[in-house]
Structure formats: structure tokens, C-alpha cells
Design a protein around this ligand. Structure first.
Ligand SMILES: Nc1ncnc2c1ncn2[C@@H]1O[C@H](COP(=O)(O)OP(=O)(O)OP(=O)(O)O)[C@@H](O)[C@H]1O
Ligand SMILES: [Mg+2]
Length: 209
């Protein structure tokens, strides 16, 4: 299977990659996104939405599990498996229809939380039906946990980091938020490069390719 690596240096580059995918997307396409908290999964979904011509605001469906945006060229189904722990929860949420030839484009955050046999089945599906995407943050920074200015979703990261994320977090989130507030007050200068955009490695492979 051919693995493609895209290096994003900014949010804008991540958005434009997603937008290119949105422009070429066809109904039935499923995209599974894998990456840590703050990796840029939602930014990529925003790009796909742009490329499809979606005008609604794109937000992670953390509590609802799925958001549907219907203002674009094709319906966009935005799923988030972050809170799915068991196969029973997956079944009772009735999500199968979004994974098997959806009548639009399905993009899933925290895709790796679903059972591995689903991933294997999707990867074996007809060429180009499924794209598995892994986003890695270069230059690791624990500040990623509190998000950047204008980040709409820092609450989830601050309120419920998974055990491994909090173990790596180092200084307390409150302390980091304090640094962030100080950096914001003086336009970010004394905070050094705390809020600088960071490089993301976005690797992806297509089913059947
Ligand atoms: N090159 C980049 N591409 C994407 N986002 C970037 C980049 N550099 C910095 N960022 C920042 O990283 C954050 C990515 O947030 P985003 O909500 O997309 O992450 P996520 O993977 O969806 O996290 P979560 O698991 O909490 O849903 C944003 O604050 C964005 O500004
Ligand atoms: Mg997200």
C-alpha cells in the first residue's frame, strides 16, 4: 500500500491539504484520522469541509459522536470516536452506516479507537474508498495540551486528557495556562515561540492502492 507523507508547516497548509481532498471527494469515501490531542485532526476536517463548499461551522462532535454538514457539494459526516470505549457503545450509537458506503463523505477523529478488524475491512475495500491518516506533531511541546490562541477546543484537552497525555504533560495545565496568559498579554513576545505554528507530518494511505 502506498503511503504518502505531507509536511504541514502551518494551519493554513493543513487546511489546504484537507480542501484538496474535499474537492476531489466522492460519495462513499471514508477518512480515518489518527493523532494525539491537538494534532490537527479537526483542522484537517475543516479543510475537507471547505473543499466540499460547506458553509456551516465545523466543530468536533465530542459528545454527539457525529455532526452532519449538508451545505456542501456532498454531505459531510464528521465523527469522533474519542469517547467510544467498547464495541457495544459503537453498536448502540448506530454508527455502522457512516462506515459502509456512506451517502456522502465520512471523516472520523480518533479512528484508532475502533476495532482493528474494522480498519482491516476498510483498508481491503475498493481502491480509494478509505483513507487512513496519521498526524504527528514534530518538536513535541507540552503546551500543545492547552491549545493555541483562538483554538475553539482547548476545554476538552484541559479537562480530560487521557492518562498517558497527563503523564507526559510535565508542568501543570494551570501553570501552562498562566504562561499562555502572560504571553498573550504582551502580544506573545516574552513568551518566546509558545504559540508558533508547528510542523505536522501527515501520512496517509488509501484502500486498495
Ligand atoms: N501545522 C499545523 N496544522 C494543524 N494545526 C496546527 C498546526 N500548527 C499548529 N496547529 C494548532 O494545533 C491545534 C490543532 O487542533 P485540532 O483541534 O485540529 O486538534 P485535534 O487533533 O482535532 O485535537 P482533539 O483530539 O482534541 O480533537 C490548533 O490549535 C492549531 O492552531
Ligand atoms: Mg478534534
Amino acid at each position: 500500500m502506498l503511503m504518502v507523507t505531507f509536511t504541514s508547516h502551518s494551519v493554513a497548509e493543513t487546511l489546504s491539504l484537507g480542501a484538496a481532498w474535499g474537492r476531489e471527494a466522492q460519495a462513499g469515501w471514508v477518512v480515518g484520522l489518527v493523532g494525539d490531542l491537538g494534532a490537527g485532526k479537526t483542522q484537517l476536517v475543516k479543510g475537507v469541509a471547505q473543499g466540499l463548499g460547506v458553509t456551516e461551522r465545523v466543530q468536533s462532535p465530542t459528545f454527539t459522536l457525529v455532526n452532519e454538514y449538508r451545505s456542501g457539494r456532498l454531505p459531510l459526516f464528521h465523527l469522533d470516536f474519542y469517547r467510544l470505549d467498547t464495541w457495544a457503545q459503537f453498536r448502540s450509537a448506530g454508527l455502522e452506516g457512516y462506515l459502509c458506503e456512506p451517502p456522502g463523505v465520512t471523516v472520523i477523529e480518533w479512528f484508532d479507537r475502533c476495532q482493528s478488524w474494522i480498519t482491516e475491512g476498510l483498508l481491503a475495500s475498493p481502491a480509494g474508498r478509505f483513507r487512513r491518516v496519521v498526524i504527528e506533531t514534530c518538536e513535541e511541546s507540552s503546551l500543545g495540551l492547552v491549545g493555541l490562541p483562538g483554538d475553539p477546543e482547548p476545554e476538552r484537552r484541559a479537562s480530560s486528557p487521557p492518562a498517558e497525555a497527563s503523564a507526559q504533560a510535565g508542568p501543570s495545565l494551570a501553570a501552562l495556562a498562566g504562561i499562555g496568559a502572560a504571553a498573550r498579554r504582551d502580544g506573545g513576545r516574552s513568551g518566546g515561540d509558545w504559540f508558533r505554528e508547528r510542523i505536522r507530518l501527515i501520512q496517509y494511505e488509501d484502500s486498495g492502492a
